[in-house]
Design a binder for this molecule. Structure first.
Ligand code: 13P
Length: 250
């Protein structure tokens, strides 16, 4: 059985006070969360320590990014080992905003996947096409290239420790969600590609999350698709009530 996961990516939002308020608010709903769904928060890295210390918050924590390097003179960077030492279990890798605004290439993302695995952090590897690629019907080729670039060098054992998030860039923060058909067909394609490269058993064990304008209005329908194992949620994770409703719809 694949793990169901709902992860909230807070991106660069909220002061520490607002972040703690949001976390407290979330605890008010957590008794109603399905027991077999893993709930993950990816706050700004500055707040990981405070959230980790919050006694009643039953979530796993994720970094939004990490360095390819393990330590050294890399001003401003945070290593996967540092995240691990703060009890962080996951880290987003290759989010489209990192690719788009910070020049992250498939090679850099591959190195970050490796850094996570080296430090026993589960990478949440993000992939997805831009609108022009979708319109040119090259979205499958694009996503396959991203998978090949960052994951294909791994062993079957290693790739089992990766979570994949399909986030079509045109659906991020736009209010335009992929239709259930578009999401399911891409998730099935990702799983088929994983199966061809690593074997069907491995592909069946990997959680593939959907991200891009997930809301309480569309989450149940998206999560009901065969190959959609949960969601990576941006905007709606900044409101406890909405995020809780999304978790409850898994
Ligand atoms: P939105 O849910 O705001 O579209 O963001 C999705 C996302 O980028 C999560 O990583």
């Amino acid at each position: 059985m694949r793990k169901k996961i709902v992860a909230g990516n807070w991106k660069m939002n909220k002061t520490i006070t607002e972040a703690m308020e949001l976390a407290v608010h979330l605890t008010e709903y957590q008794n109603e969360f399905p027991k077999d769904t893993e709930v993950i928060l990816a706050p700004p890295a500055l707040y990981l320590g405070s959230l980790e210390l919050m006694e009643h918050l039953n979530v796993q924590l994720a970094g939004q990014n990490c360095s390819e390097k393990d330590s050294g003179a890399y001003t401003g960077e945070i290593s996967a080992g540092m995240l691990k030492a703060m009890n962080v279990q996951y880290c987003l890798v290759g989010h489209s905003e990192r690719r788009q605004y910070f020049g992250e290439t498939d090679e850099i993302i591959k190195n970050k996947v490796d850094a996570c695995l080296r430090n026993e952090i589960t990478p949440i590897f993000c992939c997805g096409e831009v609108l022009a690629e979708r319109e040119a019907s090259t979205h499958f080729v694009c996503v396959l290239k991203q998978l090949q670039g960052a994951l294909w060098h791994l062993s079957s054992e290693q790739v089992k420790s990766v979570v994949i998030a399909y986030e079509p860039v045109w659906a991020i923060g736009t209010g335009v969600t992929a239709t259930t058909t578009q999401a399911q067909e891409m998730h099935a394609f990702i799983r088929l590609s994983l199966g061809n490269h690593f074997g069907d058993d491995v592909a069946e064990s990997i959680s593939i999350l959907y991200g891009g304008s997930v809301s309480p209005l569309n989450s149940a329908e998206l999560f009901a698709q065969n190959d959609v194992d949960g969601g990576l949620v941006g905007g709606a994770s900044l409101k406890a009530k909405d995020f809780a409703a999304i978790i409850q719809s898994t």
